[in-house]
Design a protein around this ligand. Structure first.
Ligand SMILES: Cc1cc2nc3c(=O)[nH]c(=O)nc-3n(C[C@H](O)[C@H](O)[C@H](O)COP(=O)(O)OP(=O)(O)OC[C@H]3O[C@@H](n4cnc5c(N)ncnc54)[C@H](O)[C@@H]3O)c2cc1C
Length: 496
C-alpha cells in the first residue's frame, strides 16, 4: 500500500509525547514548532503516489504496490531503481531530510534479507523480522532509529559509584507478552515525524552490557515513550521568504526516553547478544543499503550547493574571474566525482550468497568518507562566495509590503545581473541553506549521521583487500635479488 499525505498526518496524531523545553506537544501536525515540516513529509507521501511518480517511486509484488525502498534488490536494475527513488526523495527535500522515509526502511529491508541471523539468536526472531518488514511495507510506515546510547550514559562507573542504574536503554523485564524497556537512546532524527522508531546498537557493547543488547521496534505513540527535541528551527523561522528551508524542512533531532515501555514479542528481533546487536548491520546488507540512501541524498545536496555557487557568481558578475572559475571547477569536479562513485558502486555491485545484491561496499564507503570529510569544506567555500551579500539584505521581508520602502529597495539594491528582488530571494535562501542555525546543524549532521569520521575511515580500512594490494609489492621484492655479502656493487646493478 502507498499512503497518502493525509493518511500519514493522521498517523502522527497517536498521542505521542514530544517535549520542546518544558512544553509538552501532543500534536506535531498543528504545533508551530513542527507543523510545516510534518506537511513537507506528507508532501513526500503525496508526490510518491502521484501519477507522474508512482512507477519510479514504487514496485509491484503479487498485485500489491510498495514504496521503492522496500525493494530487496536482486539485480543491478533493482539497485538503479532504488537509487532513482532515493534521488527523487532527496530532490523533493533539497537533501535536507537525512532521515526521510527511505533511510531507516532501507536498513530494515537489508536486515530482513538475512533472517537466519536473527533466528539463530532466538527461535522466532527471524520470522518476527520478516513479518515486521512485510507489515512496514504493507502499511507504508516511516521509521526513525535510535541506535546510540547517549554520551553521559556510556560510562557505567559514574552511575555505579552513585549506586544508580545506568540510564542507557535496557531490558528491565521479560514477561510472557514481551519485554519492558527503560532508559534513553540518542539521537532520534525525524523521530517526532516518524510512525515508529527502530531501537538498536551501532556502537560496540561490552560483554557485561547484554541487557542493552536489544533490537526491537516501538511505535512513537506507545505509552512511556517521549522525545526530548532539540531547539526546533521551524518555530524560530520568520517565514518562507526569509527562511525557505528552516521554515519547513527541519527534520528535528531528539533524545528518546523510554519509561516502562512494553514491547510485544513480535516486535523484538534480537536480545542479549552484545556482538550481534551491532554486527547485524554489517553481516547483512543493512548498513550498505541505508548508507546508499545517505550518499545519494548527499549528491542532491551537493548539486543544490553548486547551483547556489554558480548563481552567487552570476549575481556578483564574477563568473569570468579566473579565480572564481577555478573554485567553480573544483566544486563541479567534486559533484561529478561523487556521481561517478555512486554509479560505479552499482556497476561493481556485489552478489550475495542468497541471490540478493547490494552496491559495492568499498565504493560506497569511499563515497561516505568523502561526503563526511568534505561537506563543511564545500559549504564554507560557497559561503565565502556570498561575501557580505546576505548582510546587505533588509532584516526581514516585512518591508516588501511598504510601497515606499519597496521602491527604494528596488532602485538601490539591484545589480547589473539581477533585480533587487532576485538578490533578496537568493541571499535569503543561500544563507538559510549554508549559514543559518539549520545550516550549522547540517554541518554537524553530515559529520556524524553515520557515526564519527574515524569510524568511516575504519570501514574503508576493514574492507580493503590488503593482501591483494600488497601482493605485487611482495612480488617485486621477491625479484630483487640481494647479492651475497662481499660481492662487488656491480652485481647489484646487474640484477636491477
Ligand atoms: C545531527 C545529528 C543527527 C543524528 N541522528 C541520529 C539518528 O537518527 N539516530 C541515531 O541513532 N544517532 C544519530 N546521531 C548520533 C550519531 O550517530 C553520533 O553523533 C555519532 O555516533 C557520534 O557519537 P557522539 O555524538 O556521541 O560523539 P562521541 O562518540 O562522544 O565523540 C565526540 C568526539 O570525540 C571523537 N572521538 C570519540 N572517540 C574517539 C576515538 N576513539 N578516536 C578518535 N576520536 C574519537 C569523535 O570523533 C567526536 O569528534 C546523530 C548525530 C547528529 C549530530
Amino acid at each position: 500500500m502507498l499512503r497518502s499525505g493525509a493518511e500519514y498526518l493522521e498517523g502522527l496524531r497517536d498521542g505521542r509525547r514530544v517535549y520542546v523545553g518544558g512544553e509538552l506537544v501532543r500534536d506535531v501536525t498543528t504545533h508551530p514548532a513542527f507543523r510545516n515540516t510534518a506537511r513537507s513529509f506528507a508532501d513526500l507521501f503525496d508526490q510518491k503516489q502521484s501519477a507522474e511518480h508512482v512507477d519510479q517511486m514504487s514496485y509491484e509484488e503479487a498485485g500489491e504496490r510498495f514504496s521503492v525502498w522496500y525493494l530487496q534488490p536482486k539485480s543491478r536494475d533493482d539497485l538503479r531503481k532504488r537509487m532513482a527513488g532515493h534521488r527523487q526523495m532527496a530532490k523533493w527535500s533539497y537533501g535536507l531530510l537525512g532521515r526521510s522515509p527511505d533511510h531507516v526502511a532501507s536498513f530494515i529491508a537489508g536486515l530482513a534479507m538475512h533472517p537466519e541471523l536473527f533466528e539463530a539468536n532466538r527461535a522466532g526472531f527471524g520470522s518476527n523480522l520478516t513479518a515486521y518488514y512485510d507489515h512496514m511495507r504493507r502499511n507504508d510506515l516511516f521509521a526513525s532509529y535510535v541506535v546510540i546510547s547517549p554520551q553521559g550514559a556510556r560510562n557505567p562507573a559514574l552511575y555505579h559509584r552513585e549506586g544508580k542504574p545506568v540510564p542507557a536503554l535496557q531490558v528491565t523485564k521479560e514477561t510472557d507478552d514481551g519485554i519492558v524497556l527503560n532508559g534513553v537512546k540518542m539521537l532520534g532524527t525525524g523521530a517526532v515525524f516518524s510512525d515508529v522508531t527502530w531501537v538498536g546498537n551501532l556502537l560496540p557493547l561490552a560483554p557485561d552490557q547484554s541487557s542493552q543488547a536489544i533490537t526491537c521496534v516501538v511505535p512513537m505513540g506507545a505509552p512511556g515513550v517521549s522525545v526530548w527535541a532539540r531547539k526546533p528551527f521551524e518555530r524560530h523561522a520568520l517565514g518562507p521568504l526569509d527562511n525557505p528551508f528552516s521554515s519547513r524542512l527541519d527534520e528535528s533531532d531528539g533524545v528518546v526516553v523510554f519509561k516502562d515501555v512494553k514491547v510485544p514479542w513480535e516486535h523484538v528481533f534480537l536480545l542479549d547478544d552484545v556482538r550481534m546487536s551491532r554486527e547485524m548491520y554489517f553481516q547483512t546488507p543493512s548498513h550498505v543499503m541505508g548508507n546508499h540512501q545517505a550518499v545519494v541524498r548527499f549528491l542532491e545536496k551537493l548539486r543544490l550547493i553548486l547551483g547556489i555557487a554558480y548563481k552567487a557568481a552570476e549575481l556578483n558578475d564574477v563568473v569570468q574571474v579566473p579565480a572564481v572559475r577555478e573554485t567553480l571547477s573544483k566544486l563541479a569536479a567534486s559533484e561529478a566525482g561523487l556521481k561517478a562513485m555512486i554509479s560505479g558502486s552499482i556497476e561493481d555491485a556485489e552478489t550475495l550468497p542468497n541471490g540478493f545484491m547490494h552496491v559495492n561496499r568499498r565504493e560506497l564507503y569511499s563515497a561516505l568518507l568523502w561526503c563526511t570529510n568534505n561537506y563543511h569544506l564545500v559549504a564554507e567555500t560557497v559561503r565565502e562566495m556570498l561575501g557580505a551579500g546576505p548582510f546587505q539584505m533588509p532584516a526581514d521581508a516585512t518591508f516588501l509590503t511598504d510601497p515606499d520602502l519597496r521602491a527604494t529597495f528596488d532602485e538601490y539594491w539591484a545589480g547589473t545581473s539581477g533585480t533587487a528582488e532576485e538578490r533578496f530571494k537568493f541571499m535569503k535562501l543561500a544563507w538559510d541553506y549554508l549559514a543559518s542555525e539549520l545550516a550549522s546543524r547540517h554541518g554537524q549532521y553530515e559529520r556524524f549521521y553515520a557515526g564519527p569520521q574515524f569510524v568511516h575511515a575504519f570501514y574503508n580500512f576493514g574492507n580493503a583487500p590488503w593482501s591483494e594490494l600488497k601482493a605485487p609489492v611482495e612480488e617485486i621484492m621477491a625479484g630483487m635479488v640481494v647479492p651475497p655479502a662481499g660481492q662487488p656493487s656491480s652485481a647489484v646493478k646487474q640484477v636491477a
